[in-house]
Design a protein around this ligand. Structure first.
Ligand SMILES: [Zn+2]
Ligand SMILES: [Zn+2]
Length: 220
């Protein structure tokens, strides 16, 4: 079972463990992983994937104070939260770009160094979990299967946290164009609702300059 075959699992919305991890994986985690788990809300294989990717990237590029490091992520899954916490490539600062191809691929571009690194998480870590996962999603796991599933997830987290980089990550240095920087636009006041909005996102409806949410209501 390859990771890409089991992609839906990665978009986990379920609580796998609470913040206090099982003792079997306590030994494999450090402060940074704990912080990522706090930020994400739970510990799961997806978070562990993002953590390993982020740790590797951090050996080459420092954590981003502002937007000097840009992460281009090819999925919207738990792993991205570890990228945000560990590298401070965040949605809010605009140095986190999502191209959702449903792949555990992460490209990091350093504005300071004008170079980029692409990391594909190739680790095959889910083993027999797939069948149980399908049943889990439908809420059809028996009590015994629930226990098995929890144990397998724990093993997957453990494996992701401890396997050597070569087993998990496929890294290439790539040339990419510098991503556009987050821009700051003037604020306009919507002539319909009176709330301020970013000028570039304005619309004109019935001769008024309005925000996008009013526009959508007005044209319906
Ligand atoms: Zn998760
Ligand atoms: Zn409005």
């Amino acid at each position: 079972m390859h990771l890409e075959d089991s992609y839906p699992f990665l978009a986990c919305q379920k609580i796998f463990y609470n913040i206090q991890p099982p003792s079997s994986i306590v030994r494999s985690i450090d402060e940074e992983f704990k912080k990522a788990a706090e930020f994400h809300g739970h510990i799961c294989p997806g978070l562990a994937i993002g953590y390993r990717v982020a740790k590797y990237a951090k050996e080459h590029y420092p954590r981003s104070k502002d937007e000097e490091l840009v992460a281009i992520v090819e999925n919207k899954s738990c792993s991205v939260d570890a990228i945000q916490e560990v590298l401070s490539c965040t949605y809010g600062k605009g140095n986190l770009i999502t191209n959702d191809f449903g792949k555990q691929v992460f490209t990091f571009y350093s504005r300071n160094q004008d170079k980029a690194m692409r990391i594909y998480f190739k680790g095959s870590v889910f083993g027999e979990m797939d069948k149980l996962r399908q049943k889990f999603a439908k809420g059809e796991l028996s009590e015994k299967e629930q226990q098995d599933f929890a144990a397998l997830r724990e093993q997957a987290v453990q494996k992701i946290l401890t396997a050597p980089n070569e087993e998990l990550l496929s890294v290439t240095h790539v040339g990419i164009q510098a991503p556009e920087k987050a821009r700051i636009y003037p604020t306009l006041r919507c002539q319909e609702c009176g709330e301020g909005f970013m000028e570039v996102l304005g619309r004109v409806a019935n001769g008024k300059v309005v925000c996008k949410s009013c526009y959508e209501k007005m044209i319906c």
